[in-house]
Write a protein that binds this ligand. Structure first.
Ligand SMILES: [Fe+2]
Length: 368
């Protein structure tokens, strides 16, 4: 058994300011990557810039990271980072910004790698410049994983790149959730839930790495009613939401995500479904399938969440993210692709049959 998360992680209020010296120690010229507006709105970009300005560290901001960052975007950003002479990358935002920052860190250190070839397995592991992650949503966990999900529109592929890139430093502050809409908090928290459930219902789960999802699921169970209520999320919960997300990231850092994540990528690619719900739609049916194979694990997950049955779990997700509508044609296309997705199917404890794959899609979709 092995436990390995080499990222220096801090979770607290005013984290960037409090750990300015850690941030400054990472490099001399920073290339900052964010989405179009949220990092400006929630104050995270200002916090990072204040630290860099105070120490006269040159930086350049790239604020063009889209949801589901593309090979074109990271290729363009890497070119700009190279011209600027950056020696480290700071990703501020949700999973898109941090995943893109990781990909750019790899491209920057390997000028011969074309962004369009990021999904090709390298002959030997490639190096990267350091990455600092400042998450501003409570779901991705990318600040604590080596994973970078990038989309190549030229070959209709959304998938993690095969390179493992742990951030050197993660500065996690719940206050950045204050400007987030409740829907975003719910969607990203469902992603974190999926990371923990898929980490336990996974052939790589063991007593050592279960420490993360078991504790994180307990925290998730403590704030689930706040997510389900019609009221805004109380600011007293922001840090707990962020901490849970980081713990969920540490969970999949050891096991990787499983079938629901594998199923979600086509849904996002073809229908534009946000990542959290795209994963969440498949989660209840996956748990139901796993209940036959590892009943004690499913019972434990439900107990940690404060739920009695898989029906309760399904009902909770339905209330949070509703159901997914797809055409029959798309359903068949997604199902056929998933049935040959061995890397994900092989992670199911006790294996999964083609009929069970069909069951998950049929239980998760309303087919029109
Ligand atoms: Fe995810």
């Amino acid at each position: 058994m092995r436990f390995y998360v080499p990222t220096d992680i801090y979770v607290e209020k005013d984290c960037v300011k409090n750990h300015a010296q850690n941030l400054l120690a990472v490099g001399k010229r920073a290339f900052i990557m964010t989405g179009h507006s949220s990092a400006k709105k929630n104050g995270s970009l200002d916090d990072v810039i204040a630290v860099l300005d105070a120490d006269h560290v040159p930086y350049q901001v790239f604020d063009q990271v889209e949801e589901n960052p593309s090979t074109d975007t990271v290729g363009n950003a890497a070119q700009q980072a190279r011209e600027f002479g950056a020696d480290y990358i700071i990703g501020i935002g949700g999973g898109s910004a941090i995943d893109a920052a990781k990909a750019v860190a790899l491209l920057l250190a390997n000028p011969s790698v074309d962004a369009d070839n990021l999904h090709k397995a390298p002959e030997k592991p490639l190096g990267h410049v350091p990455v600092v992650a400042v998450p501003t949503t409570c779901g991705t966990g990318s600040e604590a994983t080596p994973v970078s999900i990038i989309t190549n529109h030229k070959i209709h592929l959304k998938k993690s790149i095969p390179h493992r890139i742990f951030p050197a430093l993660a500065l996690v502050d719940g206050k950045y959730l204050a400007s987030a809409k409740k829907t975003l908090i719910i969607n990203t928290a469902v992603d974190a839930l999926a990371h923990m459930v898929e980490s336990i219902l996974n052939v790589y789960s063991n007593t050592f790495n279960r420490m993360c999802p078991e504790y994180g699921l307990k925290l998730w169970g403590e704030f689930k009613d706040a997510l389900l209520s019609n009221s805004p999320v109380d600011e007293g919960l922001y840090e707990k939401l962020m901490l849970t997300s980081t713990i969920a990231g540490m969970s999949i850092a050891h096991t990787s995500t499983a079938v629901p994540h594998g199923m979600s990528y086509d849904l996002t690619l073809h229908q534009g479904t946000p990542h959290g719900p795209a994963v969440g739609y498949f989660l209840a049916a996956y748990v139901e399938v796993c209940e036959k194979k590892v009943p004690e694990d499913v019972k434990h997950i439900l107990a940690l969440l404060g739920l009695k049955s898989t029906a309760d779990f399904s009902e909770m997700l339905y209330k949070l993210i509703d159901k997914c509508k797809v055409s029959r044609e798309m359903r068949d296309k997604f199902t056929a692709a998933m049935k040959v997705n061995r890397p994900k199917l092989d992670l199911v404890p006790g294996g999964i049959t083609p009929e069970e794959v069909d069951f998950i899609y049929d239980k998760s979709f309303i087919t029109e």
